[in-house]
Structures are given as structure tokens and as C-alpha cells.
Design a protein around this ligand. Sequence first.
Ligand code: HEC
Ligand code: HEC
Ligand code: HEC
Ligand code: HEC
Ligand code: HEC
Ligand code: HEC
Length: 430
Amino acid sequence: MTQNMTLKRSLTRVLLALSLSGFLFISNQSFGQEAAADTAAVASQGGIPTDAASISEGESLFKANCTTCHRVHQKLVGPALEDVYNRAPSIEWIKNFIWNSSKVIASGDDYAVSLYDEYNKTQMTAFPTFKEEEIMSLLAYIQDETNKGPATASTTTTPGGGEGGAGGESIPAGYLNAIMVGLIIVLILIFVVLVLITTILRRYLNQRGDLDEDDKKIVNPAFDFDKFIKSKPVIFLTVFLFTAIAFKVVINQLYAVGVQKGYAPKQPIAFSHKIHAGDYQIDCQYCHTGVRKSKSANIPSLNICMNCHSQVKTSSPQIQKLTAAYENNDPIEWVRIHNLPDLAYFNHSQHVEVGEIECQTCHGPIEEMEVVRQHSLLTMGWCIDCHRKTEVNAKGNEYYDNLLELHEEESKDAMTVEDIGGLECSKCHY
Ligand code: HEC
Ligand code: HEC
Ligand code: HEC
Ligand code: HEC
Ligand code: HEC
Ligand code: HEC
């Protein structure tokens, strides 16, 4: 009799332990993916200035000219530039390469040629007008950033996979799902084995003639299969597994699809904002050229794509389709996603340039989308609602100074778009 009790108790414990470790495991994979960025201490290199003025001049030059293709700690279209002053043949070499890289490559320089091949023969822009001091301040900035190490928030992983990167690698989602499924199969197997063991034990005990009535009562009901299914540990385990899976699915959905589901048609070319605006951090404006200056944001023409794709990833069938369309002067028929009816007037530059509203406020996290989807409702109510709530950005804008003065005489609240006429029918309707 005591044997049975201990058996039952240890069974409960095994199940509890299993569920607990399962829970820890799942919470780990959902939240424990941050990689610790290890900072590499690098000594200052002779000749490169270290004063704040040079560094900040270098920073603005870098941001204006280089960020389309380079980051300091991350490989983009071109290499990560951290530590480049130590790896390139010399500072002179770097100057020549920035002035005119194709000349250096054409001269047969080993380092330049192998770099050029490694980057799929992508031509770096030439900067013949840079002065030597300007290049030195660029290097000052790069050195400063190198010494600082990568930013702590390592949300952007190294794309292309070519370079190891400084942070630890996170496990791809596919593996995590496989591990989840594996875990569930193991749990089911354990369950089946336990049922088998109890059945065999019961049969064995029943066959033994030396059990008294009390023992028999305990043996049979205790191992009754129905009871087992209804027993607390089993119910607990089932409920636990169910919630764990539901929880994981919900988390995945929230991250992958966004809370609001919108129109997301398939496009003729599988263009991904996640790759371009996310991984490679290409500025929205680089492609949507009108967004700060005009009513319409513009969908980029193929010229813009070919700036990079005449060199980048030319072996991909998608890019070959792109190149063929470009060569035949055949525009790509992108399916339009956001579309107000003709009766309404919406102006991008008014909102983005004057109002300083982020694209993401209206379009959602575009830089995470493989396929663009409509994030906001785009109804009249949506426009009006924001105009009621949003303060006009009147600082440093002469045009609004008078209005702001008038407004402050009348009311103590902040000046919203409503106050400058943003609810007038004629502002939005022709
Ligand atoms: C159009 C893209 C592009 C732009 C813009 C660009 N680069 Fe590059 N850069 C590259 C590519 C690609 C390489 C790799 C070599 C090659 O393919 O020619 C490279 C290589 C380099 C190298 C050598 C890296 C190494 O690992 O030795 C340096 C230094 C460099 N670039 C600096 C700059 C600086 C500074 C700027 C801005 C003033 C800049 N680049 C702008 C694409 C670009
Ligand atoms: C490399 C070029 C490129 C960059 C960079 C880029 N886009 Fe786009 N964008 C496109 C192309 C091409 C389309 C049309 C195909 C599609 O919808 O995916 C598009 C479509 C869109 C649309 C939907 C247009 C419609 O039909 O209603 C929005 C919104 C948008 N982009 C916003 C952004 C934002 C915000 C950013 C910056 C975070 C950005 N884009 C960066 C090329 C680019
Ligand atoms: C500033 C450079 C740049 C511009 C401009 C650019 N791309 Fe890209 N594109 C890239 C890079 C880098 C990749 C990633 C290549 C890789 O995976 O190695 C890429 C990948 C792609 C891919 C995926 C290819 C594949 O099979 O993996 C497609 C499709 C694509 N781009 C289409 C476009 C279109 C369409 C445009 C114009 C609207 C455009 N790109 C403009 C740099 C650019
Ligand atoms: C205040 C909200 C808002 C902001 C901010 C905003 N957009 Fe839009 N966007 C819209 C609306 C509304 C449309 C639909 C316009 C239409 O149909 O006339 C649209 C349409 C687009 C389109 C489709 C082509 C077009 O011009 O109609 C692109 C591309 C686009 N937006 C990109 C951007 C980018 C890039 C940014 C940031 C620089 C941005 N938008 C900021 C509301 C916004
Ligand atoms: C995220 C908030 C937001 C949304 C959504 C929004 N707007 Fe605006 N809108 C603003 C702001 C802020 C301004 C003021 C910009 C400025 O400083 O002039 C503005 C200004 C305007 C103006 C000029 C008003 C004036 O008196 O000069 C028009 C017209 C306009 N919006 C139309 C629209 C339409 C149409 C929509 C919906 C399709 C819309 N807006 C959606 C924030 C928004
Ligand atoms: C901030 C911009 C804005 C203002 C101000 C505004 N509207 Fe609209 N209105 C829109 C947009 C955007 C649409 C189209 C989207 C929709 O149908 O909801 C629209 C649609 C409409 C429609 C057509 C609705 C339908 O179902 O087709 C009518 C009618 C209308 N507005 C009347 C008015 C009147 C009257 C006023 C003034 C009291 C006004 N609107 C002020 C932005 C505005």
C-alpha cells in the first residue's frame, strides 16, 4: 500500500518538474534573446585626430556621404568600417580609396582587388573633392565609434551573414519552433510510457494473490485510467501546455503581424522593406523622394533600384526580373496600398516636413515589413482625431508665431491642428 502512495506521489513530482522546466524553457526563448555586446578596446592610431571638433565634423561627413552603404559596426552594402585604419594597408591607401576607389582597384592593389571581389564587385562612390583633413576627421569619427563599441541595443542583427559581428548570435525562430515541437513530443512519449507502466503494475499486483481487500481497493481505483486522466497533474499539464502554446502563438503574432491587420497585396517583385529600410537602414527618402517636398511620397523608379542592383545580388531571379524590366524600359506595376478617395486631399510634406510626424505614426513599423500593409484606417475620423489631439509644431516657424500669440491670448491649452483650421472641410476636401 505505501508503495502505491509513493509511486503516485513521485509521479506527481515528475510531472510537476517537467512542466516547470518546460515553462522556464519557453519564457527563456521569448524574452532571453538579447545578446551581450562585447566592447573591444582599441588603441588610438597615430595620425588620426582625437579632438571633439574633428570627430563631430567626421560624423556629419559620414552621415551625409557614407551611411547609404556603410555603418561603423555593421556590414551593409560595404564593409563595417570599425578598425579600418588598422586593417587597410595604410592611411594613404584609405585616402586614395575614398578619392577614387576604382583607380586603386585598377592599379591591381591586392587588398583593394580582394575587397572588391568580396563585395560582389560593388563600386564605391568616388569622393574626389574631399580634402585630406576631411578624410582624417572621417577616420577620427570612425575611430571614436570603434573605441565606443557597438551600441548596446542590438536589435539589428548583421545582415547577409558574411561577418560574425561582435554580439552573440540569436537562435533563428525556425529552430525554436522545432525545439518546441520536440519538447511536446517528448512530453507525450513520457505520458504514454507512464500510462503503460501503471497498467502493467496494476495487472501485476492484481495477479499476486496475497493482497488483502484494502490493498486491492487502493490498487485498482488508484490506477484507473479514467481517474488518471482526470488526476490533478494531468489536468495541470494539459492546461499548462495549452496556455503555453497559445501564449507563444499570440506573442509571435503580435511581433510578426502587428495588432491591426491591413491590406497587404502581393507585389510583382518581392521587394522587402525589412531588408532595405530595416536591415540595411536605407533612408525612406532615398526611395520615396517626394515625401518632404510634395503632396505625394512617390514610389521609386527603377533608376533608384539600379543604383545598387546593377551590382548587388545580380544572381537573384528577382533582381534579374528587375534588370530586365529596367533594360526594356518597362515600369513595374506596383499594387497601390494606401489610397484615399479622390474627394480628399492629403499632403505628405505638410505632415512630414512641417508637422515633423514620423512615417511610422501613420504607416506603422514599415521597416519590419516584408510586405507593406495598411496600418491605419485612413478614414476621415482618423484624420480628424489626430488633428484634435496633435499639437502644432510651431517652434522656430515664423509663419506660426503670430497664430501662436493669438492662440495664447485666448486659451491656455496647447495649440492643436484644430486651432489652425485643421477641421475645416475645405482644407481636406477640394
Ligand atoms: C555606394 C556605396 C558606398 C558609399 C556611398 C561609400 N562606400 Fe565605402 N565601400 C563601398 C564598398 C562596396 C566597399 C568595398 C570595396 C568595393 O567593393 O569597392 C567599400 C569600401 C570602403 C573602404 C575600405 C574598407 C576596408 O574594409 O578596408 C573604406 C575605408 C570606405 N569604403 C570608406 C568610405 C567612406 C569614408 C565613405 C563616405 C565618404 C564611403 N566609403 C562611401 C561602398 C560605398
Ligand atoms: C529601397 C527603396 C525603398 C526604401 C528605402 C523605402 N521604400 Fe517604401 N516602397 C518602396 C517600393 C518599391 C514600394 C512599392 C512596393 C511595395 O509596396 O512594397 C514601397 C511602398 C511603400 C508604401 C506603400 C505605398 C502604397 O502603395 O500605398 C509605404 C507606406 C512605404 N513604402 C513607406 C516607406 C517608409 C516609411 C520607409 C522608411 C522606413 C520606406 N518606405 C523605405 C521602396 C522603398
Ligand atoms: C542602397 C542600395 C539598394 C537600393 C537602392 C535597392 N536595393 Fe534592393 N537590395 C539591396 C541589398 C543590399 C539587398 C540584400 C542583398 C542580399 O541579400 O545579399 C537587396 C535585396 C533586394 C531583393 C531581394 C533579392 C533576393 O533574391 O534576395 C529585392 C527583390 C530587391 N532588393 C529589390 C529592390 C528594388 C525593387 C529596389 C528599388 C525600389 C531596390 N531593391 C533598391 C540594396 C538596395
Ligand atoms: C499623417 C499621416 C502620414 C504620415 C506621417 C506619412 N504618411 Fe504616407 N500616406 C499617408 C496617407 C493618408 C496616404 C494615402 C495618400 C493618398 O491616397 O492620397 C499615404 C501614402 C503613402 C505612399 C503611397 C504613395 C503616395 O504618395 O500616395 C507612400 C509611398 C508613403 N505614404 C510613404 C510615406 C513615407 C516614406 C513617410 C515618412 C517620410 C510617410 N508616408 C508619412 C499618411 C501619412
Ligand atoms: C498623426 C496625426 C495626423 C494625422 C493622422 C493626420 N494629420 Fe493632418 N496634420 C497633422 C498636423 C500635426 C498638421 C499641422 C502641420 C503644420 O504644422 O502645419 C496637419 C495639417 C493638415 C492639413 C493642413 C491644415 C491647415 O490648416 O493648414 C491638412 C489639409 C491635413 N492635415 C489633412 C489631413 C488628412 C486628409 C488626413 C487623413 C487622411 C490627415 N491630415 C491625417 C497631423 C495629422
Ligand atoms: C482632416 C481632414 C478632413 C476634414 C477636416 C474633413 N474631412 Fe471629410 N473626409 C476626409 C477623408 C480622408 C475622407 C475619405 C475617407 C472616408 O471616406 O472616411 C473624407 C470623406 C468625407 C465624405 C465622404 C464620406 C463617404 O463615406 O464617402 C464626406 C461627405 C465628407 N468627408 C464631408 C466632410 C465635411 C462636411 C467636412 C467639414 C465639416 C469634412 N468632411 C472635413 C477628411 C477630412
